[in-house]
Design a protein around this ligand. Structure first.
Ligand code: SF4
Ligand code: SF4
Length: 80
């Protein structure tokens, strides 16, 4: 069941995608929507939109606040 819009990771600002030095959301958070994605030489976390209920719990896990809702990423969302 979908509650609200899914969340996404802003890869341009994610420490894992930038330097590989943060895996907090993968290693220390148990949401099944998170998975590890490889893209060429780079790798980092991604959220499976089909698995994400939009609960927003992951917002509290990321130290850099780079997990946002889809509307926020596109600039149409509200402040959290
Ligand atoms: S914690 Fe909630 S909002 Fe974040 S990815 Fe998982 S289901 Fe989606
Ligand atoms: S916790 Fe945040 S900065 Fe760290 S890997 Fe996850 S999304 Fe990226």
């Amino acid at each position: 069941m979908k509650w609200i819009d899914p969340c996404v990771i802003v890869e341009a600002d994610c420490a894992s995608w930038k330097s590989g030095k943060c895996n907090v959301c993968i290693d220390h958070f148990g949401c099944v929507a998170f998975y590890w994605r490889h893209e060429g030489e780079r790798a980092g976390p991604q959220i499976d939109e089909a698995m994400c209920t939009g609960c927003r719990l992951c917002f509290q896990v990321c130290p850099l606040n780079v997990i946002v809702d889809v509307d926020e990423q596109t600039g149409t969302g509200s402040e959290r």
